[in-house]
Design a protein around this ligand. Structure first.
Ligand code: HEM
Length: 373
């Protein structure tokens, strides 16, 4: 039992660390693609300072996200190799699609975009970046579809095109997809607002700083309604009826924190931050700017709460009604499990420390991170 608890904690830790970077990627790519396209349409040949800043954050985030993803995959390969069953067929197919179609394509396009940034015109850079955005979202579709299969499996031993479509085209997949896309956009929006507020700290009249805040508040205001609607719809859509699960009671408290934060972001961006941004008062309000500077730390933990809620509410199942978590775990014994626990704890801590150093290095000297003396 203790072994299983450790295995679950290791899954939760490594997947949570990875997910923070994934949500940032999903949040920032469409924003960069749209800003880049708008600048190209206005006749610019090279990126604006805002695009340059967001691209730096995105590239640092993507690199660390891959490292965190490898740690998570290693953990899954070592700790979750219970006896094979046909039930795993569709998930294996979806994970292969994610790696081959989306991940390799996304990395290749990112390489092309990085290599061409100083050489190719902005309209072509924008086109390549749309490719990156599409592949990132394709990744999301494959992973969320696999997760939806775990929550509500359909009887199919293999991932045929018909089975793939049957899995995607149903409320158990569509609502989580909308919820995750909207929550990621909120993360992207908070990155913009937080860095915009930091920019104003060094230069209170900075035009790019003000634009970043407008972009952040605007996107958070637009993404909040679909986030809430899809979130409430998920309660009914996530799992098949009639299969008992043992959700702990305290999980509802976590869900309440997520819902209250989502509603607070909606109300604040529509009725307080939105109007203050439109009339420009937010740029002069020191308290508002101070709040925006720490704003990113609000939705980040909520992402993890949402994800933990989704995974825990499925217990004791790995695949609901078919395979339990106990059955899915690798039978490796307590000494091996404790050794792996130490290894993965160190790997996760190192990943976070490297992330901190990489972000510092990538943003070093940028006005959003240099504090005025
Ligand atoms: C507006 C109110 C919100 C409602 C009603 C809501 C509702 C839900 C529900 C019901 C689930 C899990 C369903 C299941 O058990 O499978 C969920 C998952 C999740 N939520 Fe929320 N949520 C809200 C706000 C937020 C916010 C503000 C964020 C983060 C910015 C967020 C991020 C997530 C994430 C990342 C998941 C896990 C998704 C997955 O793994 O499929 N939610 N939410």
């Amino acid at each position: 039992m203790a072994e299983l608890t450790i295995a679950r904690l290791l899954f939760a830790t490594t997947a949570s660390v990875h997910y923070l970077f994934v949500a940032t990627t999903l949040g920032l790519t469409p924003i960069i693609a749209v800003l880049s396209t708008l600048s190209a349409l206005r006749g610019r040949r090279q990126p604006t300072p805002i695009i340059d800043l967001l691209a730096r954050i995105y590239v640092a985030n993507y690199g660390i996200g891959i490292v965190a993803g490898l740690v998570m995959e290693l953990q899954m390969a070592m700790l979750w190799t219970g006896p094979g069953t046909d039930e795993y067929g569709p998930i294996a197919g979806l994970l292969a699609l994610e790696t081959v179609v989306a991940f390799f394509l996304e990395s290749t396009l990112l390489g092309v975009w990085l290599a061409g940034r100083k050489i190719i015109p902005l309209w072509l850079q924008s086109a390549v970046f749309w490719g990156i955005t599409i592949t990132a979202y394709a990744s999301m579709i494959f992973i969320v579809t696999a997760n939806s299969y775990l929550h509500d499996p359909i009887p199919t031993p293999q991932l045929t095109p018909a089975a793939f479509w049957a899995l995607v085209d149903r409320p158990a997949t569509v609502w989580p997809l909308i919820h995750i896309a909207a929550s990621s956009l909120i993360i992207g929006a908070f990155w913009c607002a937080t860095f915009g507020a930091n920019w104003l700290r060094t230069d209170p009249l900075s035009v790019p700083g003000r634009r970043l805040i407008r972009i952040g508040v605007g996107i958070a205001a637009l993404a909040s309604p679909p986030l809430a609607v899809a979130g409430f719809a998920q309660f009914d859509a996530a799992r098949p009826e009639g299969v008992p699960t043992d959700e702990p009671d305290w999980l509802h408290a976590l869900a309440s924190v997520m819902i209250l934060t989502g509603m607070a972001i909606w109300l604040l961006t529509w009725f307080v931050l939105g109007p203050l941004t439109l009339n420009g008062a937010i740029f002069r309000g020191k308290r508002w700017l101070a709040l925006l500077r720490i704003g990113l730390w609000v939705p980040m933990p909520i992402l993890l709460i949402g994800w933990i809620y989704r995974e825990l509410s499925r217990q004791p199942w790995f695949i609901v009604g078919r395979v339990t978590v106990q059955e899915a775990a690798s039978p490796i014994g307590t000494p091996a499990m404790l050794t792996l626990a130490a290894v993965f704890a160190v790997l996760s801590a190192v990943t976070l420390a490297v992330a901190w150093l990489v972000f510092r290095r990538v943003l070093r000297g940028h006005p959003t991170t240099v504090v005025a003396s």
